[in-house]
Design a protein around this ligand. Sequence first.
Ligand SMILES: Nc1nc2c(ncn2[C@@H]2O[C@H](COP(=O)(O)OP(=O)(O)OP(=O)(O)O)[C@@H](O)[C@H]2O)c(=O)[nH]1
Length: 856
Amino acid sequence: MSRHQYVRNLDYQDAMDEFEGFSEEEDELSPEDRALMNQGVADVQAALGVEASKVTVAQIEESLWHYYYDIDKTVTYLTSKFINPRPKATKPAPQQPNGKSVTSTIDFAPAGLSLELDLHPNWATKCLGLTDDAIPAPRARPSLSHFFRDMPWGNIPKHRETTFIPPPAAPGGLLGGSGAPPKMSKLQALAAARKKKAEEKNAVNDKVEQARMGVKELSVKEPLADKANLSTAGPFSKRLKTSESAAQDRVAPTFATQPTQPEPAQPVEVAKAPEDELPLAKAQPSAFAQSLFGSSSNTRKSEAPRDELPDIQAQHFAPPKIDFPFCVGKAPKPTPTSIELGPAFELSKRKRDDSEGYETTVVLYPNLPQFVRDNFAQPSPDDIVLAAQAQAKGKAGQKTTAQPKKKGTQSTEAVTAGVNELKIDDAPLPKSRNLDVLSEFEKSKSKKTASFVVVGHVDAGKSTMMGRLLLDLKVVDQRTVDRLRKEAETIGKSSFALAWVLDQRSEERSRGVTIDVATNRFETEHTAFTILDAPGHQDFIPNMIAGASQADFAILVIDASTGAFESGLKGQTREHSLLIRSMGVSRVIVAVNKLDMVAWSQERFNEIKDQMSGFLSSANFQHKNIAFVPVSGLQGDNLVRRSSDPAASWYTGPTLVEELENSEPNARALASPLRMTISEVYRTMQSPVTVSGRIDAGSLQMGDAILIQPSGEKAYVKSILADDAPVDWAVAGQNVVLHLSHVDPAHVRVADIICDPAKPIPRADTFTLKALAFDFLMPMQVDVHRGRLHAAGRIEAIPALLDKVTGSVIKKKPKIVKPATVARIVVKLDGLVPLEAGQRVVLRSGGQTVAAGLLE
Ligand SMILES: Nc1nc2c(ncn2[C@@H]2O[C@H](COP(=O)(O)OP(=O)(O)OP(=O)(O)O)[C@@H](O)[C@H]2O)c(=O)[nH]1
């Protein structure tokens, strides 16, 4: 045996074990291994010749293990290590070429800082440009300030240095304050005076116009009620003073019948208090502060007792002029309605204008505590609307909240009971018809359902073939395809028109590759099929895994054109075949495509058939479960109809659709607890939480309570769609859309599992997998893929190597697993994931599939 053969046949597992000294069978080399080792030792000794005596057999054997029996490497190693060991080079202390070390001091003059640097000589030479001679003597501490002397930040003259002047504290503030205007510079004062002048000019005209518009829209229900009320004396006069001064600078909606003139000196009948009693000395609280805390105490002092205030709720003034100085937010839109002021607001100023009748200015001061109380004593606008709606519906007797509630009647118990009744979703629970779904299913005699995934190397023609199939089966019409062809032509991809029937994303169309699994449906006489068109590009293998996890069987598309089959076999033809098998797909139809490009060569077809049969058998597909069909997806030959091309007459077998019909879907776990993997979550008119996916096991019906894992949230099935039609129930194997209720969308994600609340799927962060290795496996980081779920994890342990066929343990605790072998591995995830025995899982690492298998 040559060394190469020797290395190729090497058992990596054993090699790793023994090299690392971990193997329990360390000293028990098999007779075959011992013979190989002896042979290796002899080879090495022969290569070393007379020098062989300088190394022991043990050293040779150890080196051979280390270098995987590579004789050349072993000899090189032994020679350099034991026979002619190189004298150990003593590392000279880092030194300056001229033996000097450089210490430099950088002075930051303005800051008065000095930074001392111990520079490596190379730095001094290369970066600072110091010549060997220029490098100062040790500890010379040369100043580097000269180096920065022309830097503006290094030499700012004192008189140009910036002095930080803190900004003056803002006067007033949110909650009021001194009230004094902010200090202004002369320039600011000048600018402000000019601005004010200009604004005053404009504002007069604007206000007049605004007021006119407002008054036009206002309609007054009743004439002025009681004029005497308008001349309310006493407390209002004080308010008037303060409010007037405050209002002058305020831009507040004002409704007036006359162009606004500077108001004449107040003929206010109500102002009786002496000037010195006016609360002007103290700053007026800001509007915001008043809103929060009510009127300031000095203002309150001047107010009349609440009881004395006139009830202005029922009063209407014509034409009213209302000033809302404390309105925050939108100004009230003038509407043709009466203006009602609740007692929460206090009337502060009224004015009589004889020329225009009564003109009233009302300044509103919210008296917050009272305001709050009274707000709850009166029906809210919502209450009023609800009451009106109820009335309109003729529900006169119905109790509405529009009735004024008596103060203090809301007992603590009532509030508590109300809070207890609060639910996220107050809608009634969906009603269940409590059907016996399994017997309904048996009675239904509906067509059998089957899902198949279309896999294969990139550009093998998967989407084109499915597009053609749908066209020939009249699921899509010719006009649609013609439109797609036109669109494809505009971007120079006319050959992809049929593929666009499935590839509907703009990115897929512009790039000419499938990115995510596309689904579509068609029916034959006996079966309702769901197509899962998977992407072929290796970057999108996780999406292909998601598609394969929902499939009963697969169509493996192979590009028969010259060279394409061969490169596919090294690429995704191989990877997809292994993946689908590991995902539990046992039936595969191999569509040998693009035969039109090789003139329907029977020879080429047979060549591909032979190679693929061997490969698929080695991938554990049974011979009876493999079928081959020569097709042209582009032209539709042998898909739905037999090829009319005379060159293809040699094929007389079934078409692709006939082969699909001959395929039996997997047995459905109808009686098992409900399991449905969510493929999509979205919002619809029917429900804010609509999910789609395939029922993996069990059944469900409308009104069912379900549990969503891993969130553990409960939800209800409001309605079900199967094949876009509403149904009362659905069973395993069906692809359905569920409208859910009583669940927050935040708790529902793609790849979650819907399950029976009585028999929920457990959540786990560690699982044991019986895996087929695609690559070398050892304790390492991996991405775990289960359907659409991706989770980060790590291979924690490899308890055993297993026999591929029987599953019995061949070897315990291997340190490494070779490709194409089966092992039991323990994987630890970073978080909790719904997992249970029987699920199919794929492990990937560094963008490559490294293993796939079944949870134990
Ligand atoms: N001549 C010929 N060309 C074909 C046939 N089938 C597909 N093609 C061409 O092959 C190219 C790729 O076709 P797609 O259907 O996009 O291939 P795909 O396998 O779906 O590609 P991905 O999903 O991105 O991996 C397109 O230009 C098709 O027109 C065929 O039977 N004959």
